[in-house]
Write a new protein. Structure first.
Length: 239
């Protein structure tokens, strides 16, 4: 076998030197493409994330605006209801109270009739002696005169009327009234019957007997017991 010449040796050396360079060149060509793909993937991911964040923000804003709108509607409804019912009711009660006070003052009953107002109610307190004799539930001679102006005013409105009978704590024990419960209830019923006979709708009326369970003053004195013997007419809006 012939020995390689100098040219053969140089050629083989050049081939060995060029082969790694060629492989490195191929790797180098692939690296930019891979790097570019990685950058594109990151950019696409960022775009998706930003889009999701924007959707979340839009959803939150929409929910918040819906809540504000609902609260505004609720406030308007409550305000309108207060204007339409509360103000009208107070005006009606004020007018009624003034009319009753004027009527009672001109009738000359003095402290035997008192008119007051509590939230949503008008209270007409009648001393028992201007309506009933002691221990009785039948009207006396002055009852018709006392009740006439009250009936006229009650007939002009739609208020509910609760008639409450009250006594002092002195026990009563008769065949007709075994206790103050029966007496107070019978007096309240007598007033309700009179109102209905004078044209007040029975659906607006109710009678309640409290006996001596709700005193206004102490029953230890004659003056206190006189105050506690009473009939109350409580006027209120229909339920």
């Amino acid at each position: 076998m012939a020995e390689p010449t100098l040219n053969d040796m140089l050629e083989r050396e050049n081939q060995r030197a060029s082969a790694p360079a060629s492989r490195r060149s191929g790797n180098t060509a692939r690296e930019p493409r891979e790097h570019s793909q990685q950058i594109s993937a990151r950019m696409f991911g960022n775009v998706l994330e930003a889009d999701n964040q924007q959707q979340d923000e839009d959803s939150w804003v929409t929910t918040y605006m819906d809540l504000l709108t609902l609260l505004l509607v609720l406030f308007v409804v409550l305000l309108a209801n207060a204007d339409l019912t509360g103000g009208k009711q107070q005006d009606e009660f004020s007018t009624m109270q003034g009319q009753i006070e004027q009527q009672m003052a001109s009738s000359g009953f003095g402290d035997n009739v008192e008119v007051s107002r509590s939230p949503g109610k008008i209270n007409i307190k009648l001393n028992d002696k201007i309506l009933f004799d002691s221990g009785e539930a039948t009207f006396n001679d002055s009852a018709a005169e006392v009740m006439a102006p009250i009936v006229d005013l009650l007939a002009k409105n739609r208020l509910m009327i609760s008639v409450e009978g009250h006594t002092d704590n002195i026990p009563i024990s008769t065949a007709q009234f075994p206790s103050n419960w029966e007496l107070s209830a019978a007096r309240a019923i007598s007033v309700v019957r009179l109102l209905q006979q004078r044209g007040i709708d029975g659906q607006r009326l109710r009678a309640i007997g409290y006996a001596d369970s709700l005193p206004l003053q102490s029953n230890d004195t004659a003056e206190g017991r006189a105050v506690n013997r009473r009939v109350n007419l409580v006027l209120s809006e229909p339920e």
